[in-house]
Design a protein around this ligand. Structure first.
Ligand SMILES: [Mg+2]
Length: 404
C-alpha cells in the first residue's frame, strides 16, 4: 500500500518569530544573530539573500553587505516556545508525527483518508498553524519523506505542494541536483565536474556509475533522485535521549569529586549532541544513595548543545537534588527531547572565537578520542563510565552520532 507522508517546515523560523513579535519588522531586511561585531548571523530574511548573506557568516560582514538591514539579537527561549506551540497543534491533529528539527515535522497520514482527503486535511492543518501562531509555514505531500521535503522547498515561501503518486520522477527531473537532500557543497561540485546539473541526468544513469563515483552515498543519491525512499516517520513519543552514569567502587560523600564527574559527563554528552547535530530541550540528573534510594530531577530548557549553557544548569539540578549529605552510590545525567539542529540556535551570545573554540575542541575529540580535551575542573574524573541508560523504563539509548 502506498504511504502518504507530509513534510511541514516553518519559513525562515527565527525571522518569522521576530516579525510576529514586532510587526514593524515586516518586509524589511532582517538579520538575527549575535549583535556584537564578532557575532555570527543565525538567520536572515529573504530580503537579505540578494546581498549574498547567509547564516553562519560573521555579522560584521553581513552588515557591510547590507547596511540597511535591521539586526536583532536572537533568543533561544522564545524560539523554543514557539516551536512547542506548533508541536502541540500538530500533535492534536495527526496520530503519528516526527519532529525532525525545531522548525520541521514529518507526519504519516497513510490510511487516514484517501489521497485527496489527506491533502485537504494537511491544508487545514497548515491554516490552523498560521492562524494560531501567526507564523508562515509550508508543506509538501507525497508518497515518501524525501519527495515531500523537496516539494516543501519548492513550495516556499508560505505555500504548499502535492506530488501525486507516480509523478515523483517527473517532479524531480527538472530540478538542480543541489535540491536532493544530502547533496552538500562537496558532492554538488563533484557532480558538476561530471557535467551533471539536473536530477534528470542522474535518473538516466545506471546506479553503478553513481556508486563508483560517490561510493555508498552515490547509491542513496541515485535512489532519492528517482523518488525512492522508504525511511519511516519516527514517532515523537519515542523521544530519543542520551545519557551517562557512573557507579562508584566505593560510595562517596566527596562533593567536589561528584561535581567533577557530572561536569565531565555533561561535557561528553554535549559533545555527542554536537557530533550528531542534535539539540536537547530537557535535562535530568539522577542520584542513587548508598541505601539504594534513587532520586532524579529534570527541567525543560531552550534547545541547545552548548557546554556553557548546559553545565551550569546540570550543576544547579545537582545542587537542588543532593541535599541528604549521605553517601552516594551513583550519579547520572540524561539529555532528552532531542531534535536535529546545530550551533545555530546558540549563536546569539557567542562570538566567532567561542564557536571556533568549540569546533577546535570537537575536532580534537573526533580525532583523538572523547576525553582528549576537557575542562580543568573535570580532570579528577578519570573515567566516566560506559554509555548506557541509567533511567529505568526507557528505550535503549540512541547515540547522538548515529543516523536514525
Ligand atoms: Mg524552516
Amino acid at each position: 500500500m502506498n504511504k502518504t507522508i507530509l513534510h511541514l517546515d516553518l519559513d525562515t523560523f527565527f525571522v518569522s518569530v521576530e516579525r510576529r513579535l514586532n510587526s514593524e519588522l515586516q518586509n524589511v531586511p532582517l538579520l538575527v544573530g549575535g549583535i556584537t561585531d564578532r557575532g555570527v548571523v543565525a538567520a536572515c530574511s529573504y530580503e537579505t539573500r540578494g546581498y549574498g548573506i547567509h547564516s553562519g557568516m560573521p555579522m560584521r560582514m553581513a552588515r557591510e553587505l547590507c547596511p540597511e538591514a535591521r539586526v536583532i539579537k536572537g533568543n533561544a527561549g522564545t524560539y523554543s516556545r514557539f516551536s512547542d506551540d506548533v508541536t502541540e497543534i500538530i500533535k492534536e491533529a495527526v496520530p503519528v508525527f516526527e519532529k525532525s528539527s525545531i522548525d520541521e515535522f514529518y507526519a504519516d497520514l497513510s490510511g487516514m483518508d484517501r489521497f485527496f482527503g489527506s491533502y485537504k486535511y494537511a491544508s487545514e492543518l497548515r491554516q490552523k498553524i498560521i492562524q494560531e501562531t501567526g507564523l508562515p509555514i509550508s508543506f509538501g505531500l507525497s508518497v515518501n519523506k524525501v519527495v515531500s521535503k523537496v516539494a516543501t522547498n519548492e513550495a516556499k515561501p508560505n505555500n504548499q505542494l502535492k506530488i501525486d503518486f507516480g509523478y515523483e520522477k517527473p517532479f524531480l527531473a527538472p530540478l538542480s541536483v543541489k535540491k536532493i537532500p544530502m547533496v552538500g557543497d562537496k558532492t554538488y561540485q563533484t557532480l558538476r565536474n561530471l557535467g551533471i546539473r539536473q536530477v534528470k541526468t542522474i535518473q538516466e544513469m545506471p546506479v553503478d556509475i553513481m556508486k563508483r563515483v560517490l561510493g555508498a552515498n552515490g547509491g542513496i543519491i541515485w535512489k532519492r533522485a528517482n523518488g525512492l525512499d522508504n525511511t519511516p516517520v519516527i514517532p515523537f513519543h519515542e523521544r530519543k535521549s542520551i545519557s551517562n552514569e557512573r557507579t562508584f567502587d566505593r560510595d562517596t560523600i566527596d562533593v567536589i569529586k561528584l561535581r567533577g564527574i557530572l561536569l565531565a559527563m555533561a561535557e561528553n554528552l554535549a559533545f555527542q549532541l554536537r557530533r550528531g547535530e542534535k539539540l536537547t530541550a530537557c535535562i535530568a540528573v539522577k542520584i542513587r544513595y548508598s541505601d539504594f534510594n534513587t532520586y532524579s530531577k529534570q527541567m525543560r530548557i531552550p534547545y541547545t548543545s552548548a557546554d556553557h549553557i548546559l553545565i551550569p544548569k546540570i550543576m544547579g539540578l545537582f545542587d537542588s537534588l543532593y541535599n541528604k549529605r549521605m553517601l552516594v552510590r551513583l550519579v547520572g545525567i540524561r539529555f532528552s527531547h532531542l531534535v536535529s539542529g546545530n550551533y545555530q540556535i546558540n549563536l546569539f551570545d557567542d562570538t566567532e572565537e567561542a564557536l571556533n573554540l568549540y569546533k577546535a575542541m570537537d575536532h580534537v575529540r573526533t580525532r583523538y578520542g572523547d576525553r582528549s580535551v576537557f575542562r580543568a575542573s573535570a580532570m579528577g574524573a578519570k573515567t566516566i563510565g560506559r554509555m548506557h541508560n541509567p533511567f529505568n523504563g526507557q528505550p535503549p539509548i540512541v547515540l547522538a552520532h548515529r543516523k536514525q
